[in-house]
Design a protein around this ligand. Sequence first.
Ligand SMILES: NC(=O)c1ccc[n+]([C@@H]2O[C@H](COP(=O)([O-])OP(=O)(O)OC[C@H]3O[C@@H](n4cnc5c(N)ncnc54)[C@H](OP(=O)(O)O)[C@@H]3O)[C@@H](O)[C@H]2O)c1
Length: 146
Amino acid sequence: MKIKIGLLGLGTVGTGVYKLITSRGGHIRESTGVYPEIKKILVKNLNKPRKVKVEGLLTQNAEEILKDKEIKIVIEAIGGISPAYEYVKEALASGKHVITANKELIAKHGEELNEIAEKNRVFLKCEASVGGAIPILHQIDARHGR
Ligand SMILES: NC(=O)c1ccc[n+]([C@@H]2O[C@H](COP(=O)([O-])OP(=O)(O)OC[C@H]3O[C@@H](n4cnc5c(N)ncnc54)[C@H](OP(=O)(O)O)[C@@H]3O)[C@@H](O)[C@H]2O)c1
C-alpha cells in the first residue's frame, strides 16, 4: 500500500527527511507493508537552490497539501510558531497524521494539538524534535504512565 505524505519545509530537517524517505522507501515497505511517497513540499522560496531533486513537488501554497485528501501524513519541518501552528492544527483537524520536528511548537501548543489529534483519531508525533532522534520523549512519557 502506498501512503502519500505532505512535507512542510525543505531546509536542514526537511531535506534530511526527503532523502531518508526517498532512499529507504523499499526498506520501509518491507518492514511495514506501507510504501511512503512524498506528494508535495511546501517552501517559502521556490527559486532557492535545493540539495535534492524535487522537480514538480514544490509549492508555496499550503492548501495544496492541507486540502489534499490523498495526503494522509503531514511532516512539519518549518520551525517557529506561525504559520507552523496553524498548518499543524488544520492538518490534524482534517484527519491527517502529523509528525513535527518543532519543539517550540510542542512546548507552547502541544496540549491543545494533542487534544485535536485525539478528537480526530490521528497521531501527533514529535520524538525526533529533541535529542538527535534518541527516543527520550517516549521514555519520559512512559515514566509518567502515558
Ligand atoms: N536543524 C536541526 O538540526 C534540527 C534538529 C532537530 C529539530 N529541528 C527543528 O526542525 C525545524 C526545522 O528546522 P530546520 O533547521 O530544518 O529549519 P530551516 O533549515 O530554516 O528550514 C525551514 C524550511 O521551512 C520553510 N519555511 C519557513 N517559513 C515558511 C513559511 N512561512 N511558509 C512556507 N515554508 C516556510 C523554508 O523554506 P525555504 O527553503 O524556501 O526558505 C525551509 O525550507 C525547527 O522547528 C527546528 O527547531 C532542527
